[in-house]
Design a protein around this ligand. Structure first.
Ligand code: NAG
Ligand code: NAG
Ligand code: NAG
Length: 409
C-alpha cells in the first residue's frame, strides 16, 4: 500500500529479468493475472455486496482517469497494476474478475478475456489472512480459488494443453500484506498494547508466511510459473498511521514489523524455488525503495499528507465527495490517507535497461487501434471472428481486442 511511485519502475526492472529471455529481448507475456489488495484492485470490490466493503466508486476517485470516472481503483487515475501491465506491453491492468462474471456481462467475457489478456482478482482490503477485514473483500486464498475456476473454464474452451502452455508463460502479479499489518496493529491498540509479545509476533508471521506459501504453491500447481511479488512497504508511513503520531512521523514499530515480514518473504521464495521446478520470481522491494528514497528530493511537495481527505495531514477523513483536493495531485506522495496517486505513465523516463528491453509498438498496431474504435464489436459474431484472429496472431491482436473490450464495458 505504501510504495513510493518510482518503486513501480523498480518492480518493472526486476520483472523484466524474470520475463525477458536470456537473449535479452523482452517478449511480453501472453496474459497477466493479478492477485492482491487495494493497491492493485481495478474494480472487483464494486461488485461485492455488503456495507463494509471498501469501494472507490465515487468522486474523487478516478478524477484523473480518462473521462474522470471512478473505476473502483483506489487512486485518482490508474494504479500500480495498470502501470506494471503497461510496462510489459498491455494497455492497462486486466479487468476485474467480478465484472467478467457479472450478470450484466452475460458471463461470456471471462474465458475470452482470461485467454487473451488475463484477469484481476485483486480486492481492496484483502489480506494474506482470511481473517483480515473478514467479510469485506476477497481474501488471497479466495482469489486463488477464483483463478482455479477461471482455469477450469478456460480448459473447457480450449483444452488443458493450451491452457497450461499459456499459463506457464503468463505473468502473475501479487501485492498483498499491508492490510494484515494494519489489522494486527489495530488489534494491539484495542488491547491497549504498544508492542506485540514475541509469541504473538511469531504466530502472526508464521500464519502470514504459511498462507502466502500456500497461495504461491497452489498457483504453481495450477500452472503459474512467473511471479512478480511486491513486498510489504513502509506501512507505518501512510497518512492514516502518521496522524496518530503527534509529530506526524512514521510509526517505526509498524515499519519494523513489515521489514521483518519482508525478510521472511525473501526466505520463503528462496526456499520454494528449488522445490518448484521452473518457478521464476522477482520480488519488488517496495519497502527498501521507500525507505531509501526521499520523496521531497524527487520533486514531491508532500510526503506525509493525503491529497484528498480532511483534517490534520488530510488523514482524519476519508476521500469523500466534497473533500478538499490538493492543488497539485502529481506532487503529493499520497492520494488518500492510505493510497498512492496514479502511477506515472510507462513512457516516463525510466531505467535504460528497461527501455532497452521493452518491445516497440508494432507499427501496424496504431492503425488497428483506430479501426477498432470504429467497428461494431457488440455483435457476438464479430467477437468470435475476432477471437479466432487473436488466437492466430497472438500478441499484437491482443492489444486490439483489449481496446475493443474496454470500449464495451
Ligand atoms: C490460510 O489459507 C487457507 C487455505 O488457503 C485457508 O483456508 C485459511 O483460512 C487461511 N488461514 C488464514 C488464517 O487466513
Ligand atoms: C483500554 O484503555 C481504555 C482507556 O484507557 C479503557 O477504557 C479500556 O477498557 C482498555 N481496554 C482494555 C482491553 O484493557
Ligand atoms: C513519531 O514520529 C517521530 C518522528 O517524528 C518518531 O521519532 C517516533 O518514533 C514516532 N512515534 C512512534 C510511536 O512511532
Amino acid at each position: 500500500m505504501v510504495e513510493v511511485r518510482p518503486v513501480v519502475c523498480l518492480v518493472m526492472v526486476l520483472s523484466m529479468d524474470v520475463l525477458g529471455a536470456a537473449a535479452g529481448v523482452f517478449k511480453p507475456p501472453p496474459a497477466m493475472y493479478v492477485l492482491g489488495d487495494s493497491t492493485l484492485d481495478v474494480g472487483n470490490n464494486n461488485y461485492l455486496p455488503g456495507a463494509n466493503v471498501p469501494r472507490a466508486n465515487r468522486r474523487y476517485y478516478g478524477v484523473d482517469f480518462p473521462g474522470g470516472v471512478p473505476t473502483g481503483r483506489f487512486s485518482n487515475g490508474y494504479n500500480t497494476a495498470d502501470f506494471i501491465a503497461k510496462c510489459i506491453g498491455f494497455v492497462s491492468s486486466p479487468p476485474p474478475y467480478l465484472s467478467l462474471v457479472a450478470p450484466a456481462s452475460s458471463g461470456g467475457l471471462l474465458v475470452p478475456t482470461a485467454l487473451t489478456i488475463g484477469v484481476s482478482y485483486a480486492s481492496g482490503g484483502a489480506g494474506i489472512l482470511d481473517s483480515t477485514n473478514a467479510g469485506g473483500n476477497i481474501p488471497l486464498s479466495q482469489q486463488v480459488r477464483l483463478f482455479e475456476s477461471t482455469k477450469a473454464a478456460m480448459e473447457s474452451k480450449v483444452g488443458p494443453r493450451a491452457v497450461s502452455q499459456l499459463l506457464s508463460k503468463s505473468f502473475f502479479l501479487i501485492g498483498v500484506g499491508s492490510n494484515d499489518f494494519f489489522a494486527f496493529a489495530t488489534a494491539l491498540a484495542k488491547q491497549n498494547k504498544t508492542a506485540a509479545t514475541q509469541s504473538d509476533l511469531a504466530a502472526f508471521y508464521g500464519s502470514l508466511i504459511s498462507n502466502y506459501s500456500s497461495a504461491i504453491t497452489e498457483l504453481y500447481k495450477l500452472g503459474a510459473r512467473k511471479f512478480g511479488i511486491i513486498n510489504v512497504g513502509t506501512v507505518g508511513c501512510v497518512p492514516i498511521v502518521r496522524v496518530l503520531n503527534a509529530t506526524g512521523g512514521c510509526a517505526d514499530g509498524l515499519n519494523q514489523l513489515a521489514a521483518g515480514f519482508d525478510g521472511f518473504l525473501n526466505s520463503l521464495l528462496a526456499g520454494l524455488a528449488p522445490k518448484l521446478p521452473g518457478l521464476a520470481y522477482s520480488i519488488a522491494d517496495s519497502f527498501g525503495f521507500a525507505a531509501r528514497t526521499d520523496p521531497l528530493s524527487l520533486g514531491f511537495v508532500s510526503q506525509d499528507s493525503a491529497c484528498c481527505g480532511g483534517g490534520r495531514l488530510g488523514a482524519e477523513a476519508d476521500c469523500l465527495p466534497g473533500a478538499k483536493l490538493c492543488a497539485d495531485r502529481d506532487r503529493f506522495l499520497f492520494w488518500d490517507r492510505v493510497h498512492l496517486p496514479s502511477a506515472l505513465p510507462c513512457s516516463a523516463p525510466r531505467p535504460t535497461m528497461m527501455a532497452r528491453r521493452s518491445s516497440p509498438l508494432p507499427s501496424t498496431l496504431s492503425s488497428w487501434l483506430t479501426r477498432a474504435k470504429l467497428a461494431d464489436f457488440s455483435k457476438p459474431a464479430t467477437l468470435s471472428i475476432l477471437l479466432t484472429v487473436i488466437s492466430n496472431y497472438g500478441y499484437m491482436l491482443r492489444w486490439f481486442f483489449f481496446v475493443v473490450f474496454v470500449s464495451h464495458i
